[in-house]
Design a protein around this ligand. Structure first.
Ligand SMILES: [Zn+2]
Length: 277
């Protein structure tokens, strides 16, 4: 059984502020160590649950957060950017993966009491919809997973991220809540030992459910997919409108019809890249 772990940073144990996740800030070195701890707990959980092969995609910012010298040596690492599949680097590897695990994920832009909630770019994207369903990075990446036939079997993050994931992907999704936010930049964080135990056992349960045929189904989105993106400012929508095929729905909203989730993901990433300026 082959597992691909996509590791973001905002939902990592102990992280509550941009200063811990942006590489030019003094707290980033500590944030990186926290990320390694959670990812290693997830790798261990995958093997405990019965995985034979584990790869990690460093999915935060430019994909250069995880220090390979500190990573569990049983796992390979996809590092750096840009890569064709974004937060799911390597998802098209052969032989195919069997499932995805999302570690350190966060709630969508605009969520209430959710640490560092945003969707892709916290200065650019106010909202994203797939066929009218509001999604954040959890939904966007789950849809790409489904394009490759893969379910998400476990997710870790703050309480609101875990609730968002279960309401979208179903209650069979195993989650590890590692902190409970009282605001966008404040949370009660579990002790790291307890947090990592939760991560390890949620991932182990997710992978063993997969083996037993009880994992959630891949989150397939009906095609063609109506993608809508709401930007914060009109000039961002104007720059993103350079993506061929986009339609302007309002000063700040663009729509795009995608034949499948992979095209929707590429179009979205292109829009955000241009929109950010
Ligand atoms: Zn991130």
């Amino acid at each position: 059984m082959r597992i691909l772990i996509s590791a973001d940073m905002e939902g990592i144990s102990g992280i509550v502020d941009w200063g811990q996740v942006l590489s030019d800030k003094p707290d980033y070195a500590g944030g990186r160590q926290l990320m390694l701890g959670d990812v290693n707990a997830a790798i261990n959980g995958a093997f405990v649950g019965g995985a034979e092969d584990v790869t990690v995609a460093d999915a935060h910012n430019h994909g250069r957060n995880l220090l390979i010298e500190g990573l569990d040596s049983r796992a390979r690492l996809h590092s750096g950017s840009p890569s064709p599949h974004g937060m799911l680097s390597g998802i098209d590897d052969q032989p195919p993966y069997d499932a995805l695990v999302f570690v350190g994920y966060h709630a969508m832009a605009g969520a209430k009491k959710a640490i560092l909630c945003h969707t892709w770019s916290h200065v650019t994207v106010a909202g994203v919809w797939l066929n009218g369903q509001a999604v954040g990075e959890i939904g966007l990446n789950a849809a790409v997973g489904a394009y490759f036939g893969l379910p998400v079997v476990a997710l870790t993050g703050d309480r609101v991220a875990c609730l968002e994931a279960q309401s979208l992907l179903g209650p069979a999704l195993e989650v590890a809540v590692v902190k409970q936010a009282t605001g966008r930049y404040a949370a009660e964080c579990l002790p790291l030992g307890e947090s990592r135990e939760r991560i390890c056992s949620a991932v182990a349960r997710g992978v063993s459910k997969l083996k037993a045929g009880q994992a959630p189904a891949p989150w397939g989105v009906a095609t063609p997919i109506a993608l809508e993106v709401e930007f914060y400012y009109p000039e961002q929508a104007e720059r993103a409108f350079l993506v061929p095929g986009t339609e302007r729905r309002s000063g700040t909203r663009l729509a795009y019809s995608a034949p499948d989730a992979m095209v929707a993901y590429r179009a979205f990433r292109a829009m955000v890249g241009l929109g950010r300026g």
